[in-house]
Design a protein around this ligand. Structure first.
Ligand SMILES: [Fe+2]
Length: 385
């Protein structure tokens, strides 16, 4: 039994890693990159800074700044057109998960054509798209090191999961200094997303010895620093650990898959435009409680490595402490309930069946240690109210 592990060929990690972009592009002989980002990155000056660094190495980069949060089929189209007409040899994906996910889709559609739905799971996309140099500015999604992208079909309110090494960036420049200005809410949401990645990778049916090491290290880095970065965004030590933890969590789940939290979270995001990390946070305590009976030892490991339980605690005690901790994190990081977020309860109840069906169709719940039926997913959705 062996496992294939897919990661970027270059990862530059640490303070000022993003400033190596010119040297790295030169080393790879890329001369005509397109920077794919969002308007906030342009406003904050991050995109121009990358352009200036590239200029030093005689590389002129265009900017496409029209990506949106939770990207859709329509939102990526202008980027696809730009790539088709621009003869770019590389794409620099700069920003949080949404610009990076947009860039991944644009890199494949811009080279091979078709529509996003053609590339949706269960198809495995192994084609090599335009190479991507990912520069994350949040410590969360792990998109810089994953073989996934998520693009919403706005006509059906479906978040389409697309999978395969075609979506793996060639290079990831992981520079925690870019996260220091990240607002409080986004810091919390992306941080809980990263914790969820690590936990889900560790309890996933597809977990393997390699992903386990990454997932455990990620939880060890994230758990003690999540509150610190929320309360003090300028805490550089905590920011650095969160960034490394989020990347390792990304490596873990890219090679082991996420599970039920993500499966149930995507439909909430698609129907009610709840930010990805926030819908994960809403679900994490309830889904963990549902799943513990099928992976008692694994969840207890999570609790211990997070520093929540003592090594001497029984698995049962460790898991009780884990559940208390997940709720405490949500409380301290001001995670709203669906009601507090402003979702209409009746509307949510009416959509639960289709949301549960979409969750199962995404494949993620099938990786959960306890695999739910549609009615069980609906029961968990009800627990959020
Ligand atoms: Fe996620």
């Amino acid at each position: 039994m062996s496992n294939q592990i897919i990661i970027p060929s270059i990862m530059q990690i640490g303070a000022k890693a993003s400033q190596e972009v010119g040297v790295i592009l030169n080393g790879l002989n890329y001369k005509k990159p397109l920077i794919i980002t969002d308007s906030m990155m342009v406003k904050l000056g991050y995109a121009v800074k990358i352009q200036k660094i590239l200029k030093v190495d005689n590389i002129n980069a265009d900017i496409f700044e029209d990506t949106i949060p939770e990207p859709t089929v329509a939102s990526i189209q202008a980027g696809v057109n730009k790539v088709k007409n621009g003869n770019y040899d590389s794409i620099i994906a700069l920003g949080g998960g949404s610009p990076i996910d947009s860039a991944k889709a644009i890199a494949i559609l811009g080279k091979f054509g078709g529509v996003m739905r053609d590339y949706k799971f269960p198809r495995i996309v192994s084609e090599t798209g335009i190479p991507i140099i990912a520069i994350p500015t949040t410590a969360g999604t792990g998109s810089e090191v994953t073989r996934f992208t998520i693009i919403s079909d706005e006509t059906t309110d479906e978040k389409m999961l697309c999978v395969g090494k075609g979506f793996m960036p060639s290079v990831a420049l992981i520079d925690y200094e870019l996260t220091i200005s990240l607002p409080k809410r986004a810091t919390a949401d992306t941080g809980i997303d990263a914790l969820t990645h690590a936990m889900e990778a560790y309890v996933s049916k597809k977990a393997n010895p390699y992903s386990d090491t990454q997932a455990l290290a990620a939880m060890q880095l994230i758990a003690p620093n999540l509150r610190r970065v929320y309360h003090n965004g300028n805490d550089k030590e905590a920011r650095e650990k969160m960034m490394l933890g989020a990347t390792l969590a990304g490596v873990a789940f890219s090679n082991a898959s996420v599970a039920l939290v993500h499966g149930m979270s995507r439909p909430i995001g698609a129907f009610y435009h709840v930010p990805h990390g926030l819908s994960n946070a809403m679900l994490l305590p309830a889904v963990t409680e549902y799943s513990i009976p099928a992976a008692t030892k694994r969840y207890a490991d999570c609790s211990r490595v997070m520093g929540v339980a003592l090594p001497s605690d029984s698995d049962e005690d460790a898991n009780q402490k884990l559940l208390l901790e997940l709720s405490a994190i949500n409380e301290e990081l001001d995670v709203p309930t669906p009601k507090e977020f402003g979702i209409n309860k009746e509307d949510f109840m009416n959509n639960m069946e289709i949301m549960a069906e979409q969750a199962i169709a995404s494949g993620s719940p099938g990786n959960n240690p306890r695999v739910p039926e549609v009615h069980e997913i609906i029961d968990i959705y009800k627990l959020l109210w």
